[in-house]
Design a binder for this molecule. Structure first.
Ligand SMILES: NC(=O)c1ccc[n+]([C@@H]2O[C@H](COP(=O)([O-])OP(=O)(O)OC[C@H]3O[C@@H](n4cnc5c(N)ncnc54)[C@H](O)[C@@H]3O)[C@@H](O)[C@H]2O)c1
Length: 370
């Protein structure tokens, strides 16, 4: 716990790619954090953020931790399938608290062992699911909890986005089962998380995944049906093969007393809310200038509270485990070509499977540390 009269929390960022700037801006805007360093295997990327945010730049996180032992927490913003390896090594060697981008880890087993390593080292893990903080999501959650919408009958997720071949060609990790996953694990994970965050736990799923619009090994289109433990039923259609633009990313709830639909580029618009249609305008946010929304800043606030006051972070082991179990269940159902019970389904055969060649591209060597 950080205790000395709210001293600033010393933070570093590992992985200076597309989303990292958003983290750096949230960190810099907060009074609670001091950005000590940024790190990327590609020095030009680290230097770009180091200049923009007036901080140190590193290529090796080993060197960064050795030279800056005051770092208390680190944001892991590396390729998804590397989160586990990077987190384990940093917990093991340097005992730092960890912020980790979605999808947190690839499989339920990775979630278990990372949390157990964190607990062994008295460190915390803070997963990022920023869309939970959207005003529209919070309003629908409230309505589902306080009975305004009544019992849930059915839920539908529809994500129709465009990720052309050039997107998958940006980096070797993209579009691979080992380090990325397809439209379910990468783009759809936010909606999969919201399914259970808003609708409750899902009992069983049946999914069909296909690769239709790009030359990649992972699915770019998935269609699934599922049943919640509370008896509601649902469907999901997630694709990155929509052309030529992103069209829709919505989640809707048909309930005994009305209907709620959240849409927009990042589930930021309350489009239908029959219990009180006036809420639609009040609870919609404009994310046009910033597709990642306002959630990260709110999460950094929660992290500061958790570290300063030793309070529980809202997303705990069971919470993130359930989301990753559900994610894996969609893959396992496609692998088995059958319905799958989410509890106890285990790990997908493909998602997060170690590919030594790919992993070697993103490992940080321990040699040559001054
Ligand atoms: N929350 C969200 O909405 C959101 C949005 C985009 C990406 N993400 C997640 O963030 C992560 C990164 O995605 P991105 O789009 O920024 O990817 P990216 O490829 O643009 O960036 C990843 C960076 O990590 C660096 N890296 C890899 N291994 C490293 C190591 N050992 N040490 C230092 N740097 C290393 C790479 O060089 C690269 O610059 C992914 O897990 C992705 O799912 C989350």
């Amino acid at each position: 716990m950080i205790n000395t009269n709210k001293e600033k929390i010393k933070i570093a960022v590992i992985g200076c790619g597309r989303i990292a700037g958003h983290h750096c801006r949230a960190i810099i805007a907060s009074d609670e954090f001091e950005l000590v360093a940024v790190c990327d295997l590609e020095i030009n990327k680290a230097e770009q953020y180091s200049k923009e945010f007036d901080t140190l730049a590193y290529v090796s996180y080993h060197q960064m931790f050795i030279e800056n032992p005051q770092i208390n927490i680190v944001a892991i913003i590396t390729p998804s399938g590397m989160h586990y390896e990077h987190v384990l090594e940093i917990l093991n060697c340097y005992k730092k608290n960890i912020i980790v981008e979605k999808p947190t880890f690839m499989t339920p087993n990775q979630v278990f062992s990372a949390y157990s390593e964190a607990s062994k080292n008295s460190c915390k893990i803070f997963p990022i699911f920023q869309n939970r903080h959207n005003l529209a999501v919070q309003r629908v959650l409230k309505a589902l909890k306080n009975g305004e919408l009544g019992k849930i009958y059915s839920v539908a997720v529809r994500v129709r986005w465009c990720r052309p071949q050039r997107y998958y060609d940006l980096a070797p990790w993209r579009g691979t089962f080992s380090l990325d996953g397809g439209c379910l694990a990468n783009q759809g994970i936010h909606h999969i998380d919201l399914l259970r965050y808003l609708g409750g736990e899902i009992q069983k799923v049946c999914s069909l995944n296909k690769t239709l619009g790009s030359k990649i090994e992972v699915e770019d289109t998935a269609v699934a049906v599922f049943e919640f433990k509370n008896g509601a039923i649902g469907s999901l259609e997630i694709t990155t093969a929509a052309r030529p633009l992103d069209y829709e990313a919505s989640i809707s709830f048909v309930c005994e007393s009305g209907l709620a639909q959240i849409g927009g580029i990042a589930v930021n618009e309350l489009q239908i809310f029959t219990p009180d249609p006036n809420e639609c305008e009040k609870k919609s946010e404009d994310f046009s200038g910033n597709v990642y929304g306002n959630g990260h800043a709110k999460i950094y606030k929660e992290i500061a509270i958790s570290l300063h006051e030793n309070k529980d972070f809202p997303i705990n082991l069971n919470d993130v485990l359930s989301t990753i179990q559900l994610l894996n269940a969609f893959y396992i159902s496609d692998e088995k070509k059958s319905w799958v019970n989410v509890n106890g389904a285990g790990d997908s055969l493909r998602l997060g499977k170690i590919d030594e060649y790919l992993a070697s591209l993103y490992r940080t060597d321990k040699v040559n540390i001054r």
